[in-house]
Design a protein around this ligand. Structure first.
Ligand code: MN
Length: 250
């Protein structure tokens, strides 16, 4: 039987994870290993400076007091060590993981970790607008997952899947996309706490962008599911020649 490890960065009690689990019913044996609280924007952090605890919440449900990457690491190397998963699915994130979000995202990082550990991995996010159609994203996740199980995943690649906030039948289809750009307001909120000390709260709103043709953002905005193949090699090959052109550096 196919074994699937599910995780997220919104925490084990998040609606998106519950809906993902419900939507994948029948695809295989599901094991949830997820952070015990929200860990959004935790990126690819591993907890190395303190021990981790695994709390069994029920059959095949485990909460970890760590990051999404900790969850995938413990899921594969501890909880499922005797029967490694065939697939890792991270999500469904509450909010798109588009453009520059990728390097901050705990959702995508969990799929990175699965890929590093040799397991085909998907990150699935819902670009929340008004109605929170997690069930749509869950149906998309099931179909993409079935396809990956059937066809296999290209080496060193994860799929970053973003779903528009629409009913399933309103989706226009799927577009294979490249990572675009996303800009946030870089505003810092300064305020004063009850003890008279200043504090700062970062994390501004998404700013409208021009969503260039062929990007993840453009596809989702046009009502398509966006699938971006993401590889682990961060080298910018296009500028290697330019750097060579600098001449001797030492
Ligand atoms: Mn999140």
């Amino acid at each position: 039987m196919v074994k699937i490890l599910l995780t997220n960065d919104d925490g084990i009690d998040a609606v998106g994870l519950r809906e993902l689990e419900a939507g994948l019913e029948g695809l295989g044996e599901l094991t949830v290993v997820a952070p015990d609280r929200e860990q959004s924007a935790s990126s690819h952090a591993l907890t190395l400076q303190r021990p981790l605890r695994i709390e069994e919440r029920g059959p095949h449900h485990f909460a970890v007091d760590g990051t999404p990457t900790d969850c995938v690491f413990l899921g594969i190397n501890q909880i499922m060590r005797r029967s490694r998963p065939d697939l890792v699915i991270s999500g469904i994130n509450r909010g798109g993981n588009l453009g520059d979000d990728l390097t901050y995202s705990g959702t995508v990082a969990a799929a990175f970790e699965g890929t590093l550990l040799g397991i085909p991995s998907l990150a699935v996010s819902l670009e929340i607008e008004r109605e929170h159609h997690f069930a749509t994203a869950a149906r998309v996740a099931k179909q993409v997952a079935a396809r990956v199980l059937e066809t296999g995943m290209p080496a060193d690649t994860l799929l970053n899947v973003n779903v528009p906030d629409l009913v399933f039948t309103a989706l226009k289809g799927v577009r294979i996309t490249r990572q675009g750009k996303r800009t946030y307001s870089d505003e810092v909120r300064e305020n004063v706490d009850p003890r008279g000390r200043r504090y700062y709260w970062i994390g501004g709103a998404v700013l409208p962008d021009d969503a260039a043709e062929g990007t993840d953002s453009a596809a989702v905005r046009a009502g398509f599911v966006s699938i971006t193949p993401v590889h682990l090699d961060l080298t910018n090959y296009r500028v290697m020649d330019e750097l060579e052109g600098w001449g001797p550096i030492l």
